[in-house]
Write a protein that binds this ligand. Structure first.
Ligand code: PNS
Length: 208
């Protein structure tokens, strides 16, 4: 028993020494912020990803971007390259360009596109969270499933939900496209900077 205890003590000492050495190594390489606290993000920045189809960006999306950009040092708007969505109004490049037009005065916001899994895009960009907007209870079930699925794929990535402003609760890219298609006004539903782009593209599509 004594020998067993002796061996156990020896093993425990060895394990402790290994843990201390590992901790010292991590502390040496970890970046620290101005207060000296260890930073878990990349380059001292807390990064969030706001993914979506954005075909096209609406005032509801822009509201989420503005609010989420205050929660992160950098917010990356990620446009999904989704081949399965038939008949999109804008190409991926056009969507990215339209969003960039609307966020040009927001220094903490970047726009990109991604194919494949969202969690991979999040990891590639060293982001810590996914941002989604919730308009109504009808959004909740799908978003809950997606958040749980993404958490299952990577436990380190959280999804943060921002409730849509009540005045945007009915707003979606599909509603905007349908209104524009039938000649209705989309003023106030999309950022002013891209209103004409949407109307022009819809009317060109109608003529085809
Ligand atoms: O604006 P949308 O169309 O509601 O956005 C949906 C989006 C882009 C958030 C969602 O389709 C997505 O995350 N797609 C990437 C593929 C993925 O990671 N799916 C979940 C695991 S199967």
């Amino acid at each position: 028993m004594a020998e067993k205890n002796g061996k156990t003590a020896e093993t425990a000492k060895k394990t402790n020494t290994e843990i201390i050495a590992k901790t010292r190594k991590i502390a040496k390489t970890a970046k620290k912020d101005a207060t000296g606290a260890v930073d878990v993000g990349c380059c001292g920045k807390r990064i969030g990803v706001y993914p979506g189809s954005f075909d096209p960006l609406t005032n509801g999306h822009l509201d989420v971007i503005k609010r989420a950009s205050k929660l992160f040092d950098k917010l990356i708007v990620g446009v999904l390259v989704n081949d399965s969505k038939k008949n999109p109004l804008f190409t991926i490049e056009e969507r990215v360009a339209l969003i960039r037009k609307c966020v040009k005065d927001m220094p903490g916001v970047e726009v990109g596109s991604f194919g494949g899994l969202l969690v991979d895009f999040v990891k590639e960009n060293n982001a810590v969270a996914i941002v989604k907007g919730l308009r109504a209870v009808s959004d909740y079930e799908y978003e809950l499933q997606m958040a749980a699925l993404n958490k299952h794929i990577d436990r380190d990535i959280d999804t943060i939900f921002l409730m849509a402003d009540v005045q945007n609760s009915f707003l979606s890219s599909s509603v905007v496209k349908e209104l524009a298609w039938h000649g209705g006004s989309i003023a106030g539903l999309v950022p002013e900077e891209i209103e004409e782009d949407i109307i022009r593209t819809v009317s060109m599509r109608r003529k085809k």
